[in-house]
Design a protein around this ligand. Structure first.
Ligand code: FES
Length: 101
């Protein structure tokens, strides 16, 4: 099954674009030219994430995450925390969230 997120040509070359996702939000961006979609949810206490200085930073308590693989870089999120990365597939110029395949 699939759910469209955004047209590929609407994904910025730098930074992220936030798109709606079943009542929540995901950051969509490119890593080495490849689109990536990450839930806009800090794993400390659920705060939103800001893209700054090549990292995701949570303004609530300062946790930081790597944009390439979602791993936690800075507390107070747990050391083993990793952001939720969506499984995706490109079809007809659209980035889709896919599941159950
Ligand atoms: S909710 Fe993100 S650092 Fe606390």
């Amino acid at each position: 099954m699939k759910h469209p997120l955004i047209k590929i040509d609407e994904i910025p070359a730098e930074g992220t674009v936030v798109v709606p996702f079943f009542g929540r939000e995901v950051h969509v961006y490119k890593v080495n030219g490849q689109p990536k979609a990450v839930a806009n949810t800090c794993l400390h206490f659920g705060g939103p994430l800001e893209c700054r200085d090549g990292k995701f930073i949570c303004p609530w308590h300062g946790a930081e995450y790597d944009m390439q693989d979602g791993r936690r870089l800075k507390a107070p999120a747990r050391p083993d925390a990793r952001l939720m990365v969506l499984s995706t597939r490109i079809e007809d110029g659209v980035l889709n969230y896919v599941w159950g395949e």
